[in-house]
Each structure stands twice: as C-alpha cells, then as structure tokens.
Write a protein that binds this ligand. Structure first.
Ligand code: UD1
Length: 421
C-alpha cells in the first residue's frame, strides 16, 4: 500500500495540465456497449477506476486496449451481460453498464453496489427509470436482474429524487432510451457536463437526442447505433482541486486544459474569498495572496457548487480569516475528512449537514488517513500548506481519480514523496 509524505508549507507556481474527465469516461466507456463494433475513446485518464470499468467489459467478452490516453473498445461480442460482484464491489460507477446492456441484450445482471465511505447511496432512481421504459427488475442473490422481453418502450419519466437529479441514473436511462421504441422524455435529468458529454457521444453514435445540457432530455429511439470516436471533456474536479491547491499555498498556477465554463460556481466562490482567477486561452490562472476571506458554500447539482470539491474547499477555508460554513446537500454524510483535517489543527464543528469552520493561523502536519477519493484530495491540499511532514495513508483512494497527482504538483513546487509500505 502506498503512502504520501508531504512537506509543507510550499508555494505552488507554474503551469499544470488537467487530464480527461474520469466521470465522463466511465459512462461513455459503458455506452460503447450499445453497439456491436469498435469504438475509440480519447483523452481517457490512466486511473484505477478506468481499469476497473475496462475489466468489467472484458469480463463479458469485449476487448479493450489502452494506449497513451486512447482506449479502443471492441464490443462486438457480449457473451454474458453480467456485472460480477468481484468487480462491481471495487467501484460503484459500475452501475452504469445497466442501461446500455439492457438496451443491447434485453437482459442484464449487475451486482447491487454496496455501502461506501460517503454515505448511503441507493439506486432506486436508476431502477425506477428503467422500469418506466418497460424493464422487469428483481433483486436476486445481491444482483439487480433486469429483463426487457420484447424490447424497451419510450416513456415520459420523472427522474428526480430526494436530493435532486442523479448523474448516473440519468446516464443509465438516457443510454437505454436511445434504443427504445418511440419517444422518451426525461424530466429532471442531470445537467452535469459529464452527462452532456455522454449525450454528445451518443449523438455521434446515431442517437436522436434533444435538450442536451438541460433538465429535459428528449430521445427518439433508433434501431441501432454505430461505433464512435470521441474525446472526453477535461476533468473539472481535477481542475478545481488544483485551484484549491493554488488558493491555499498563496500560489500562482496556470491551469491548462481547463473548461472554465464548467467551473463557474467554483470560480465565483474563489473570487469571493479573495483569490484572483483570470481566464486564459485554454484554462485559467489562479493567484492567491494568502489573505483568504471566509464564506459559505452549499453543494448543489450542476451548475451549483460540486459536492466533489466540497472537501478540498473545506481545506482552503480552514485558513480563512474568520468563520465559514459548508452545507452538503448532495451527500449529507460526506464528511469523513473533517476528523482528519482536525488532526491537522483545523477548527471544525459538525452540525447536521453543515460544517462550521473557524479559520486558524496555520495547519500542522500529522499522519492522516485517506477515506475516499475527494476526501483524500482534501488532505493533500491541506498538507501542501501545513507546517511539517504530513503522512497520507491509503493513497490508493487518490489513485482512483487523480493521474500522477504527486508528479503534477511536484512540478509546480510541491514536495510529495510516494512510498510503498
Ligand atoms: C456521480 C459522480 C460522483 C458525484 C455525484 C454527485 C460519477 C462516476 N460519480 O455519482 O463523483 O459525487 O455524481 O455529483 O459520475 N440518489 C438516490 N437514488 C438513486 C441515485 C442517487 O437517492 O438511485 C441520491 C444520492 O444518494 C445522492 C444524490 O441522489 O444523494 C445524487 O447522487 P448521484 O447524482 O446519483 O451520484 P452518482 O451518479 O452515483
């Protein structure tokens, strides 16, 4: 198991380049199952989550070849439309094979995803949406077993849940509807850029979709889709993490391959806490004087502030000059990082889905435990500014979603050492 030894405080300065979006790549790789042929996906980050998704496809008979950011997927043969427990338990996003396989094969079995560190994560919206398209669904031996004898049929579907829209439920129902008979209207679709990217990719495959980017998606089913070549969008969460790293280190980072239009809520928040953000030709420049103003942040579905950047911005606000409050409205229990940041001398108090942050003069290095992907990114961000040597344990969580994060940050002034223990 690897650990990071991070020496701080440092000041980050220079150019840093964002990779392709993990959360776009995962449902788009799954969508390649909709067509019997060879697709090529580009800009795919080299991450353990991507490897898990490719393993899932190979396990059912597809061939995948990864080469320097490209993945060639031959989905000609699917001999068992099954997402096995042993693979699915490694990554919840495996659920996004459900819609594509149901539409292509008329049946699918996917292991029901289990619990996870960021709280209870049900899949009822996925199942409800697919049932409305005519699927029969039952739970057997821990597997979601869905069949669509006679094919799927278009329907008007309200896809909202208790916490708003669902990103991967939208992906599943959208993929399934592309091959359903007739017209499907999805109301309360997720508007996340990753869903827009998926929809654009499906259109290239021959799907008929309008309303892309809005909460109402209209899909006119087609008989078949064709293989595709598609480049995924840059990862807005990796970009936002680098912005937080610049902010907390009094840094000056030119962030390249960054879609600022996908990060409006984040850029707006940075400016309001006294961090300068200038747009550049292919990204932005983030400049911090170190005088961080306190603020309030509420996580919301896109275009609101993303839950996947909540932890990293909590780290930044630990050093603000005053009291801030963070409210988590997507995953109300997503606060595993609070105890770890407190070990680094942050002053945090939890009140239900709110964290009250009293800014401190400095953070102090400590051994800390990564608990999930974004929480561990927050610990890295905090460690860059903390005094002394922070040890981040269980770095494999970070490797799920950040490609070579230590190399990228070291190139702009961080002191991060990876060690196998
Ligand atoms: C995706 C992202 C994840 C991000 C999340 C919210 C991927 C691979 N993952 O996860 O990084 O944090 O969006 O932006 O893209 N819900 C239900 N029933 C369901 C499905 C969801 O109640 O059937 C709830 C969830 O518990 C949560 C909210 O809806 O409270 C939003 O979750 P959702 O958008 O589905 O998250 P994911 O798509 O799993």
């Amino acid at each position: 198991m690897d650990i990071f030894k991070i020496t701080g405080p440092v000041r980050l300065e220079g150019e840093i380049t964002v990779g392709g979006s993990k959360n776009s790549a995962l449902p788009i790789i799954a969508a390649s199952l909709l067509t019997a042929g060879k697709s090529t996906l580009r800009g795919i980050p080299n991450l353990s989550d991507i490897a898990v998704m490719c393993k899932l496809l190979e396990d059912m008979g597809c061939k995948t070849v990864a080469d320097n950011g490209d993945i060639a997927i031959d989905a000609t043969t699917i001999y068992k439309p099954i997402g096995d427990y042993e693979i699915v338990r490694k990554m919840r996003a495996s659920i996004c094979i459900l819609g594509p396989l149901l539409a292509r094969c008329g049946k699918v079995e996917v292991s029901m995803p289990g619990g996870c560190a960021i709280g209870y994560r049900p899949v009822d919206i996925h199942l409800r949406g697919l049932q409305e398209l005519g699927a029969k669904i039952e739970l057997r031996n821990g597997y979601i077993c869905a069949t669509a004898n006679g094919g799927l049929k278009g329907a008007n579907i309200f896809l909202g849940g208790a916490f708003g829209s669902s990103v991967l439920a939208t992906a599943n129902v959208l993929c399934a509807a592309t091959l359903a008979r007739g017209k499907t209207v999805i109301e309360y679709a997720s508007c996340e850029p990753e869903i827009t990217d998926l929809a654009n990719c499906l259109v290239k495959m021959g799907a008929k979709i309008t309303g892309i980017g809005s909460p109402q998606l209209i899909i006119n089913g087609v008989k078949e889709l064709k293989p595709v070549e598609h480049t995924v969008i840059p990862d807005r969460i990796e970009a936002g993490t680098f912005m937080a790293a610049a902010a907390i280190t009094k840094g000056n980072l030119k962030i390249k391959n960054c879609r600022t239009d996908h990060l409006m809520a984040v850029i707006n928040k940075l400016r309001s806490i006294n961090i300068a953000v200038e747009e550049t030709q292919d990204g932005c420049e983030v400049c911090s004087s170190g005088n961080i103003e306190p603020t309030d942040i509420t996580t919301l579905p896109y275009p609101g502030f993303p839950t996947d950047l909540q932890a990293q911005f909590m780290a930044v606000l630990c050093l603000a000059k005053g009291n801030s409050i963070i409210t988590e409205k997507i995953f109300p229990d997503r606060f595993m990082h609070v105890a770890e940041l407190s070990r680094m001398a942050a002053n945090l108090r939890k009140e239900g889905p709110h964290i009250i942050i009293s800014g401190v003069e400095k953070l102090i290095a400590a051994p800390v435990m990564a608990s999930d992907l974004r929480a561990s990114a927050a610990l890295v961000v905090a460690a860059l500014a903390a005094h002394g040597e922070t040890i981040v344990n269980r770095v494999y969580h970070i490797d799920r979603g950040y490609e070579k994060i230590e190399e990228k940050l070291n190139a702009v002034g961080a002191k991060i050492q990876r060690q196998s223990v």
